[in-house]
Design a binder for this molecule. Structure first.
Ligand SMILES: Cc1ncc(COP(=O)(O)O)c(C=O)c1O
Length: 365
């Protein structure tokens, strides 16, 4: 695949901020917001400033405990977004090669490009249920590759990458002296079924995550990087250029949230258990959509078999007040991405409307 040009923006994120909103929004990938009232935090739990230098110790401890790692492996970050950026920036030098999955969450590609990397790609194929194929990774990697980037679960399909595959990718990386960045923000949505972070698979693994998607806590910006201690130190030092002092009230609230993460996770798990059958019934009823259904995660990315996706998305938005993500933002123009972690009534109404729009386009073609 051709190298990507250096960019200083993400068209997908701009679309998500400005154009994804609708009365029935199935464009969102995270669980509906968890509120301050539900968290039960009070003014006494927060403070404006505090001892946060290379991490706020109670938060560092809580994250290390949650991830089953030592504190020296944890770098706190402003969401998975900044975690990805900092990890990439610490690993990549200008002119290095970065090998990124395709389809991909756009900021992963754009950030590597912005950092001056030559971005190469490996495919995750629909026909192979969007699995990571180590042979495809091998073909894209050269002696100049310093980073291989994967999402697990995959955004936009929720495909799970198993540990054996990750190990094989780790071996490829080790051979050429590269790191494997695994964005695990959606792995959190497996809750106690999670196989655990790829960080545990070896030194070449650097993983990122946050409380954003699975817990409905996006506003806390509670993100993290797990890395071997030397790299973790380098990332902390690099962070001095970006952030220096984090928002301490958010750190304090993150500690409160991490203490009751089981409760917050149970609410999300119950929501997904209610919503997934609605999605399955809908997909069962549509022969105009072809979908890989991993049965986990918060999103799916069906292929639209008839008609044009852009036309479908416009009709859906304009007439049916419903939004999904057009696949072009994930380099899969024949697909749409549907989020299922919204309010159950909204999901039911949104899917009904999606069905009506597909029917209307089907009649017209
Ligand atoms: C794969 C992936 N990583 C990171 C993020 C951003 O996470 P955060 O809100 O924690 O920065 C997203 C959001 O859509 C995502 O899909």
């Amino acid at each position: 695949m051709a190298e990507t040009k250096s960019v200083k923006r993400s068209d997908y994120i701009e679309w998500a901020k400005t154009s994804s909103h609708a009365r029935y929004s199935l464009a969102v990938s995270g669980v509906i917001h968890y509120s301050m009232a539900e968290l039960g935090a009070t003014i006494d739990d927060i403070e404006i400033s505090g001892p946060s230098w290379y991490g706020y110790e109670p938060l560092q401890q809580a994250l290390a405990g949650k991830c089953g790692v030592a504190v020296e492996n944890v770098v706190a970050a402003t969401g998975t977004s900044m975690a990805n950026f900092m990890a990439m920036a610490a690993i990549l030098e200008h002119g290095d090669e970065a090998v990124v999955e395709c389809p991909a969450y756009d900021p992963l590609v754009s950030a590597a490009s912005f950092l001056g990397a030559h971005v190469k790609r490996f495919e995750r194929h629909f026909e192979k249920e969007f699995r990571v194929d180590p042979d495809e990774v091998e073909r894209a990697v050269t002696n100049r590759t310093r980073l291989i980037a994967i999402t697990n679960l995959h955004n936009p399909t929720s495909a799970l990458v198993d540990n054996e595959t990750l190990r094989q990718v780790g071996e490829i990386a080790r051979r050429v002296g590269a790191r494997v960045l695994v964005d695990e923000v959606y792995l959190e949505a497996l809750f106690d079924q999670s196989p655990g972070s790829a960080f545990h698979l070896g030194h070449e693994f650097v993983t990122t995550g946050s409380l954003t998607k699975a817990y409905g806590l996006s506003g806390l910006r509670c993100g993290w990087i797990l890395a071997e201690p030397d790299l973790a130190k380098r990332i902390w030092r690099l962070n001095d250029l970006f952030g220096n002092i984090p928002a301490h009230p958010a750190e304090r609230l993150s500690v409160v949230a991490l203490k009751k993460l089981d409760v917050i996770g149970n609410r999300a798990r119950a929501l997904l258990a209610r919503n997934r059958p609605l999605l399955d019934q809908f997909l069962d009823s549509r022969d105009d959509l072809e979908t890989v259904r991993p049965g986990v995660g918060t999103v799916v990315a069906p292929r639209v078999r008839r008609g044009r996706v852009e036309e479908l998305c416009s009709l859906l938005r304009d007439k049916y007040e419903t939004s999904v993500v057009p696949g072009r933002f994930f380099e899969m123009p024949d697909h749409i991405r549907i989020g299922i972690a919204c309010d159950t009534e909204m999901l039911a109404a949104g899917l009904e409307r999606l069905g009506a729009a597909l029917d209307e386009l089907g009649r017209a073609s």
